[in-house]
Design a protein around this ligand. Structure first.
Ligand SMILES: *[C@@H]1O[C@H](CO)[C@@H](O)[C@H](O)[C@H]1NC(C)=O
Ligand SMILES: *[C@@H]1O[C@H](CO)[C@@H](O)[C@H](O)[C@H]1NC(C)=O
Ligand SMILES: *[C@@H]1O[C@H](CO)[C@@H](O)[C@H](O)[C@H]1NC(C)=O
Ligand SMILES: *[C@@H]1O[C@H](CO)[C@@H](O)[C@H](O)[C@H]1NC(C)=O
Length: 499
């Protein structure tokens, strides 16, 4: 019991210390498999995608609700981050004559419906006016998130603004019809520079869902693969880090970002390249991201083994084959917001897998509808957490019964991991395993209120840890032992597009 008393005292001290540093706790950095905030606490992303990269290039939903209301809904779940997507075309416009006003964009894209949508956006969001531009909406969302205690992760979703993604949409790969590499780098640099003034921008995803450019067989044959992935992604990461050295940089993989497999292993990428975390000057800013939409999976165990092989093995400090130990965040997963969606193996499996490994995630999608999608006005999003008019949850019992427990489990990570600062340390080659597992304790905490300045711990109990597996946190988190999970790659992935 003496040990647990010390542990509790440590937790309380950590809260006191973090209490004096006002939110946002930036900049973040990585430490081995963890993301840490500026107070040293672990931050596990638990959030939602907010699309802003479709045809209008205006973040969705504002014809139905205010930014304040939407952010409040996200906050009410306890989420700590949004993934805010943007199109490179918006920055191209800014360089070619200036950003476009909301009025112009709605009129251009929505035709005769543009005026009424624009008027609804203004009546819900009275701080906007006839000179408000698209980028100013991004600013306003970040500002409201700052106010309500939510971080912003930017995501370059596409080059030419539209619903994403297909292999023939011209945005699939570096050099594809609309995917101008120079413009892409310029757009990333522009957005991370802009976001530096927000205060709560913590990270950026460099490119959403790289995929086979099936519309250009020459480009596919000559370029699609890890070698060109490496040269392009590293060049862009260098630009981002030079422009905004504070933020984390998320590397997405191939095949609609379902595959990061050679990166943890530092396997040959071709052309003599390997991904070596320690070769980066900003090695404590690198995170891997993965997407998964295998909604039809029927076998949780093999599904988890696939995820391990596709890149979640980067979290496994006990596996000596893993050369690059890195945080991994599932930046997209999603499903029909109905009872069968929530009861699917896919959801029940991820709802246990992600918290148990303290892996961050952002679900697709907050949007109950889109201004326009693939030519359909006011498109209903059946995967949206929100209803069509963004006024309530689409399937409330799923959101509260499945998502909220996932969120609170993940957010408990900070308390449960903070005591073991040694466990946060990891060598750059990542071979350090948890050698002190037997001295660890399980810490169960309930966070009853988390605001920008106060966090109160309602109850705390401790118990002895397993001697073989360190268990952290109320989500029952455990380190991989190496023996329980083996890699099993799926060579012929199913249709990975969002729907
Ligand atoms: C119009 O809105 C923008 C931001 O959306 C703001 O910067 C500007 O001051 C507003 N103009 C007026 C006249 O209120
Ligand atoms: C295919 O992509 C390459 C590289 O961007 C480009 O030079 C070529 O014109 C493209 N071909 C077609 C048919 O679009
Ligand atoms: C270590 O990781 C590799 C790559 O994912 C995997 O093939 C192997 O089975 C893992 N080893 C153990 C002991 O888990
Ligand atoms: C993937 O699924 C979407 C929606 O069901 C469909 O429109 C698309 O054609 C599919 N793509 C492939 C390559 O099967």
């Amino acid at each position: 019991m003496r040990f647990s008393t010390i542990l509790l005292a440590f937790i309380e001290a950590t809260f006191l210390l973090s209490g004096v540093v006002s939110w946002p706790h930036v900049p973040l950095k990585t430490s081995g498999r963890w993301i840490q905030d500026s107070t040293g606490n672990v931050l596990t992303y638990a959030g939602v995608n907010w699309p802003g990269a479709a045809d209008t290039m205006i973040p969705e939903g504002l014809q139905y609700q205010s930014i304040e209301t939407i952010v409040g809904m996200i906050k009410s779940l306890g989420m700590n981050v949004i993934r805010l997507t943007f199109a490179i075309e918006m920055i191209d416009d800014i360089y070619n004559g200036g950003d476009v006003t909301l009025e112009t964009s709605f009129n251009n894209v929505l035709g005769s419906s543009g005026a009424s949508v624009y008027n609804d956006v203004l009546s819900n969001n009275p701080s906007f006016n006839s000179s408000t531009t698209r980028l100013q909406v991004f600013d306003a969302i970040a500002k409201e998130c700052l106010k309500q205690g939510i971080y912003v992760h930017l995501d370059n979703h596409i080059s030419k603004a539209m619903w994403c993604c297909s292999e023939t949409d011209g945005n699939a790969w570096f050099g594809d019809t609309y995917f101008n590499v120079g413009n892409w780098k310029r757009g990333l640099e522009y957005m991370v520079t802009r976001g530096a003034s927000w205060g709560n921008l913590i990270s950026i995803g460099m490119r959403n869902e790289l995929r086979t450019p099936a519309d250009n067989s020459t480009l596919e044959a000559d370029s699609y693969g890890w070698k060109d992935w490496y040269s392009n992604m590293v060049a862009a990461a260098d630009i981002i880090n030079a422009a905004n050295p504070d933020i984390l940089i998320f590397f997405s993989g191939l095949n609609y970002d379902t595959d990061d497999s050679p990166l943890p292993l530092a396997s040959s990428l071709g052309g003599g390249e390997v991904f070596d975390k320690s070769s980066f000057a900003y090695k404590d800013k690198i995170v891997l991201e993965l997407h998964n939409y295998e909604t039809g999976t029927s076998d949780c165990s093999s599904f988890q083994q696939e995820l391990y092989g596709y890149g979640f093995d980067a979290l496994d400090r006990a596996n000596t084959s893993i050369k690059n130990i890195l945080p991994v965040v599932m930046t997209e997963w999603g499903f029909e917001q109905d009872s069968s969606g929530y009861s699917s193996t896919y959801v029940t499996c991820l709802a246990s897998y992600l918290p148990s490994h303290h892996a961050g995630w952002m679900i697709w999608v907050i949007a109950g509808s889109y201004y326009i999608r693939s030519g359909t006005l006011d498109y209903d999003e059946t995967w949206g957490l929100l209803s069509h008019d963004w006024s309530d949850w689409r399937y409330s019992s799923g959101v509260t019964g499945v998502l909220q427990p996932m969120i609170s489990s993940c957010l408990a990570t900070a308390t449960s991991v903070a005591p073991s600062t040694s466990a946060l340390a990891s060598t750059s080659t990542g071979t350090r395993a948890l050698t002190t597992a037997s001295t660890f304790a399980t810490v169960t905490t309930s966070i009853v209120s988390t605001s920008r300045s106060t966090t109160s711990v309602a109850s705390s109990t401790t118990s002895a840890a397993s001697t073989t597996v360190a268990q952290w946190g109320q989500c029952g988190g455990r380190e991989w032992t190496g023996s329980t999970i083996v890699s099993q790659r799926k060579e012929n992935p199913t249709n990975y597009s969002k729907h």
